[in-house]
Ligand binder design. Structure first.
Ligand code: ZN
Length: 180
């Protein structure tokens, strides 16, 4: 089996009058995340980790933020399109570990909901998904509640391409290449 790991990180500003969507889950809060799309920092970090593990660049290359198609877009679109690219390359997601950095709102009660939703979006058992939440300890842009960030690591696996041995071994009857 071939294995690859990937790392994703994303930060968005928290402002009033915007929805707060994390891991595809709408969380009731006075403030939400600003971005070109729905600004789901967790799905963006996850998508970036998946692209990175497969050596496919980053989310900005795949879904440019100056492309009007992605204005206000549901970030599940980015995840689904990336999962399709991985599937075409025979990659399967083994597991995901995620951290959400937010001073507010308190996400303790939401971790299980987000985990369940990620499991559904990735068609994986919940055991293969982990979601953690940390505050900014009152320090920096996270701690002051100006921004929210997410970090994700993923592991991918795929079976080796099965090449029959006889196709690799030189056949005794083969003629040397004609170089004339
Ligand atoms: Zn983002």
């Amino acid at each position: 089996m071939e294995y690859r790991i990937g790392l994703g990180h994303d930060t968005h500003r928290l402002v009033e009058g915007r929805p707060l969507i994390l891991g595809g889950v709408s969380i009731p809060h006075l403030r939400g995340l600003v971005g070109h799309s729905d600004a789901d920092a967790l799905l963006h970090a996850l998508t970036d980790a998946l692209l990175g593990a497969a050596g496919l660049g980053d989310i900005g290359e795949a879904f440019p933020d100056d492309d009007r198609r992605w204005q206000g877009a549901d970030s599940r679109i980015f995840l689904d399109a990336t999962l399709q690219r991985l599937q075409a390359l025979r990659w399967k997601v083994v597991n995901i570990d995620a951290i959400i950095f937010a001073q507010e709102p308190k996400l303790g009660a939401w971790k299980a909901v987000i985990r369940r939703n990620l499991a559904r979006l990735l068609a994986l058992p919940e055991d293969n998904i982990n979601v953690k939440a940390k505050t900014g300890e009152g320090v920096g842009h996270i701690g002051r509640g100006e921004a929210l960030a997410a970090q994700v690591v993923v592991l991918l696996q795929r079976p080796p391409l099965s090449v029959p041995d006889q196709d690799l071994a030189p056949t005794p009857s083969s003629e040397p290449p004609d170089t004339a």
